[in-house]
Write a protein that binds this ligand. Structure first.
Ligand code: GLV
Ligand code: MG
Length: 325
């Protein structure tokens, strides 16, 4: 290990994160009753400009009055380039800061963006005597944000997670895509002709680099990497495939832009019973090996070492959180 210790963000379940427009208060109760881990009440792109002020009021009322249970509650504020942003932060944190766990910052571009919001939130928390410190979630969804992702990830002690905002990222990079989070058949390889002169087209994942880049920056700073939206909520198989790709790369969760996607995210992002059992066996085998003075041991014909232990510990801890949630 490096001598550089990485502080880990507070351990929260973040398998699913449901987007709920602040301008649609009739959706709030259903969201509160759902099995989602994190809810973000949106003030940004799901809310029209002339509805922003009312959406803010709806959110303040809902945070104070609705029983959200143990869910992690977040608001997505407007971008730093709009005049809505300061009121989003000031009004919601002043008037509902007790029940707010996180603030999601969209289109974050530089570490200075994070610093600016940190400064405002710190002043409000101090002025209001709030004991709990509100965390930050950042959407990496512009070319600038991706270029500066490492600095953004390290910019504040409030940082908890990085989210891949594939829709705006596509717009910002001018990627050729039609469905949010979907793939493009043009991003494919054509195999060489086989003996029968047949060729196959293999579709590729056009989001691979961006997501992998973000995962590295998140993990190097102890943050949760979370995959963003999948727009076609009538395509659960497409959603599952995208979520699985993200999970394989190290993401802990995925957005749900429709309540039906919550169960899919929870399913893909939870360790299976078999994985938890295996992790438990690894920990037992290693404990026995350690007691016998051995550094490495084999289980089911495969070597397990300290890296296997760390992976098993993470898995068992996740399963404990799910059981407790
Ligand atoms: C999310 O905000 C996105 O742009 O994908
Ligand atoms: Mg966006």
């Amino acid at each position: 290990m490096s001598f550089h210790a990485i502080d880990q963000a507070p351990a929260r379940l973040n398998r699913s994160e449901l987007a709920v427009p602040g301008s649609q208060p009739q959706m709030f109760e259903k969201a509160a009753q759902s099995d989602v881990d994190v809810i973000f009440l949106d003030l940004e792109d799901a809310v029209a400009p002339d509805e922003k002020a009312q959406a803010r009021k709806n959110i303040i009322k809902a945070l104070n009055e609705i029983d959200w249970g143990t869910k992690t509650m977040s608001i997505r504020i407007n971008g730093l380039d709009t005049h809505y942003m300061y009121r989003d932060v000031v009004d919601v944190v002043e008037q509902a800061g007790e029940r707010l766990d996180l603030i999601m910052i969209p289109k974050v571009g530089t570490a200075a963006d994070v610093y600016a919001i940190d400064m405002i939130v710190t002043q409000i928390e101090d002025a209001m005597g709030l004991k709990k410190r509100i965390g930050f979630e950042h959407i990496i969804e512009t070319a600038l944000g991706m270029q500066n992702v490492s600095e953004i990830a390290a910019a504040s002690k409030r940082n908890e997670s990085l989210h891949f905002g594939v829709a705006d990222y596509a717009a910002s990079t001018r990627a050729r895509t039609t469905i949010i989070g979907g793939v493009n058949p043009d991003y494919s390889v054509l195999t060489d002709p086989d003996a029968n002169n047949a060729r196959e087209t293999h579709w590729g994942d056009m989001w691979h680099y961006a997501l992998a880049r973000m995962v590295v920056a998140a993990r190097a700073n102890g943050l949760r990497p979370i995959d963003g939206p999948f727009g076609d909520f009538q395509d659960p198989d497409g959603y599952r495939a995208a979520a699985k790709r993200a999970a394989v790369l190290g993401c802990e969760g995925k957005w749900a832009i429709h309540p039906s996607q919550v169960a899919l995210a929870n399913e893909v992002m939870s360790p299976s019973d078999a994985e938890v059992t295996k992790a438990g066996r690894i920990l037992t085998a290693m404990a026995e090996a350690e007691a016998a003075g051995k550094g490495a041991v084999s289980l089911d014909g495969r070597l397990i070492d300290y890296a296997s232990i760390r992976q098993a510990e993470v898995l068992v801890e996740k399963a404990r959180q799910i059981a407790a949630g």
